[in-house]
Design a binder for this molecule. Sequence first.
Ligand SMILES: Cc1ncc(COP(=O)(O)O)c(C=O)c1O
Ligand SMILES: [Zn+2]
Length: 428
Amino acid sequence: MSSVVTGLECSVCGARISISTPLSWRCPNASTKDRHHVLRFVSDVRPFRPGADENPFLAYRHWLAVDAFGESIGLTEDARIRITTDLNTAIAGVGGVGFHRTPLQRADELSDSLRFSANGGIWVKDETRNVAGSHKARHLMTEMIHLLMAEEAGVAPWSSPAQRPPLAIASCGNAAIAASTIAAAVSWPIAVHVPVAAAHEVVSTLQSLNADIRVCPRVDTDPAGDPCVYRFREVVKSGAIPFGVQGTENAWCLDGGRTIGWEIMEQMDNQVDRIFIQVGGGAFASCVASSMKSVGVHPKLHAVQTEGCAPLSRAWDLALASGGARNAGPRWSSCMWPWESEPHSLADGILDDETYDWIGVLDGMADTGGSPVVAAEMSVVASHRMANELTGIHVSPTGSAGLAGLLEIRENIDDDERVVVVFSGIQR
Ligand SMILES: Cc1ncc(COP(=O)(O)O)c(C=O)c1O
Ligand SMILES: [Zn+2]
């Protein structure tokens, strides 16, 4: 059985790229001046019959674009499976845990305290047990598999591991740790661009993973925006490989992120009414949306931001008023721009001032009858306390922020509904 993914297409300008193109990170029409492009995977819908393998990247192989890529550049099935298996073993060697289906359980105390019936309730997907303590590594796994497959098939611009260009990322949290863990597993050099105020414990974890840490103060010539992103783009321009979790910088992060949605559907036997996903750059929610679509199931998707930074909700309103929430890509400039005031919240991992992957999130909410939710800071604080006290999962405020969205609209949800939240990152 070959993969359901047949190619890539820009959600903004419609440019198409063959699935067999190596290193197809960005739309060919994206430029330094025009960043408003993002590729998505074009795929057929096929009934979901996952394999039995414990590693989701093998169990859901036929739905993953990266498997289609490997096949299209001439790698045998055995070779594709070996690359994924060996990489996962090496990741487990570095991080103590490899990819596996993370636990998903009904949170009984939490469900009772929010007055759900015995038929309904809140199911919590526990990503604190994933590789590097958050869901982020899922996004990066398909970028790395893509690189290793391209290298093995001889279609990468370098010919041996010794000539590999470095990887690069801009992040000061979970994504940086996930990227450095996967890079360390294959001894691939990585430059991690962090802000001056990066947390000490994050920096020491990055050091222990041998990352090349580059602290990025603002320089006078920088326009408004994040200096880490500017330095990251500079090294990418001079040959480094974008190894991050924004679809606009590397679309292949939007492939592996979908494993979480497929796991949820498998573990819930497709019986889900709503799903709440906390949104920063938007890759996470965009992947959950496209995973559901690719297997033909449609629980209502709610994208959750905080009142201290909510550009996605603004984009939803503007898109609805200008032709609808679906296919809003060509309307980027009039719907999505950076949040003007200084973003702030206890959930500090979702304070991206712009939701880069907003198009897929809007499509997902429109397709399922969902909606964005802007959580009051009070709900962010309450959800973090409830999550830790009532589930025993040591989750960060960002990781429990989806629950804040549920608290915010609880009165609109029937007591019998089956609701999923993802505790996406560990409290460090
Ligand atoms: C724990 C956690 N959850 C959710 C998110 C949001 O993901 P995205 O930026 O893809 O929207 C982040 C991003 O940093 C995160 O660290
Ligand atoms: Zn484009």
